[in-house]
Write a protein that binds this ligand. Structure first.
Ligand code: AMP
Ligand code: MG
Length: 390
């Protein structure tokens, strides 16, 4: 008993020390985290193995609901919630099976607890609560945005702090990531998210959803100079964005052309796409330059700028951000596309950061439609926005 006591004490000392140093060296014991994501239109589950050697995604299953929402031109919250509830157990089972593990191998369950569409978040969270109670595994309610913001640590093991630009279908913000639980927002959108703007623009031009890739493809054959769309908020010094006016400007041009010609030719669609993408690109690049300058002024530590979110897939934007970073002598990090868009591996990773700090939740945790990562700063509210999503 004495010997067992000593061994347990040594193990505890080792793991306590490991928790303490994790932020810098990520030196800790091995764990298997089950991640669950259902905050928007992707039902996802993943098994992540994490140890002092790094992280290995053992499985990542993403079931998107694209076909269910296609005819409505946007994600319908009720349909999304029902589809998540119907599939979540199947997706979790698939993730476990494809990782070749069973529930008893799992160290903790990480689940998105917000921000997002509340019905979807509830579907995942209620499922995870039930699983946690029935298997006696720790439950960790993850902020979806933290999942995105911590991705550079999952893929590249980088140290805190670093700067991240989150550009997705539902979110847009610059964050300084100081630790796994401390985030400083430098700016964000006052209305639409950039992915939302791309999706709405594609709908206006009769292109497929998701709109970002469709606009990008049409833009290849288009003339970026044919239409001079506005570059919103560039006259303001801050790192905030506005995308809804840009979409309205596109709609006006489309209507003008349709009235004059009786419809749009393929060339018009390509030119409108190219000019729209160029305007989106220009504001994202210019505001990123400002955010990088602010970050570099604020710290001489890690000079790293990372991007996350579906819009980070845009080749033109990605390429220019890389060039800006070369000029500014700051490392540029763009995680692989499957980790940029919604998935459960990033949720498992964000949970792992908390798991190794002994930072768990219990079944009283609530689903949150809004959940800012930086709760020191007031919500960014613009004309078209009734509340801050994040
Ligand atoms: P997420 O919200 O992170 O799941 O990403 C989905 C969003 O990213 C959608 O709004 C897409 O239109 C957008 N998106 C995906 N690929 C691209 C692209 N190549 N260019 C611009 N936006 C994109
Ligand atoms: Mg998505």
């Amino acid at each position: 008993i004495f010997l067992v006591g000593i061994v347990c004490h040594m193990l505890k000392c080792y793991s306590d020390a490991a928790y303490d140093t994790m932020e810098h060296s990520m030196d800790f014991n091995k764990a298997l985290i089950l991640g669950i994501e259902s905050s928007c239109d992707d039902t996802a589950a993943s098994v992540l193995e994490i140890s002092s050697k790094g992280s290995e995604i053992k499985s990542s299953i993403v079931h998107n609901q694209f076909n269910l929402h296609k005819e409505y031109g946007g994600v319908v919250p009720e349909i999304a919630a029902r589809a998540h509830a119907e599939l979540i157990d199947v997706v979790v089972e698939k993730a476990l099976k494809s990782a070749k593990v069973v529930m008893s191998d799992i160290s903790a369950i990480g689940v998105t607890a917000g921000p997002g569409l509340i019905g979807g978040v509830l579907s995942g969270l209620m499922f995870a609560k039930g699983l946690s109670v029935s298997t006696n595994k720790p439950l960790i309610g993850v902020n979806h945005l933290a999942g995105h913001a911590l991705t550079p640590r999952l893929t590249n093991k980088i140290d805190f702090p670093y700067l991240v630009l989150l550009v997705s279908g539902g979110h847009c913000q610059f964050l300084i990531v100081h630790s796994y639980k401390k985030y400083e927002r430098l700016g964000g959108t006052i209305d639409d998210a950039p992915g939302e703007a791309f999706d709405k623009a594609a709908r206006l031009l009769g292109l497929q959803q998701p709109g970002g890739p469709a606009i990008e493809e049409a833009a290849i054959k288009g003339n970026v100079n044919r239409f001079n769309f506005p570059r919103p908020l560039l006259d303001r010094e801050d790192c905030n964005f506005s995308f809804s006016g840009l979409k309205t400007a596109l709609m006006r041009k489309r209507n003008e052309l349709t009235e004059k010609q009786g419809g749009l030719f393929e060339k018009d669609v390509c030119d409108l796409s190219a000019s729209f993408q160029q305007a989106m690109h220009d504001v994202i690049i210019e505001k990123s330059i400002r955010a990088i300058d602010l970050y570099s002024k604020s710290t001489k530590e890690n000079q790293t700028f990372a991007i996350a979110g579906g819009v980070a897939a845009n080749k033109k934007i990605r390429h220019s951000l890389k060039k800006v970073c070369e000029t500014k002598k700051i490392d540029f990090l763009a995680p692989p596309l499957e980790l940029c868009t919604d998935n459960a591996a990033i949720i498992a990773y964000a949970a792992a950061e908390r798991f190794f700090h002994g930072d768990y939740d219990d079944t009283t945790i609530s689903a949150r439609p809004r959940w800012p990562l930086d709760n020191q700063k007031p919500a960014i509210l613009g004309s078209g926005k009734k509340g801050s999503k994040a």
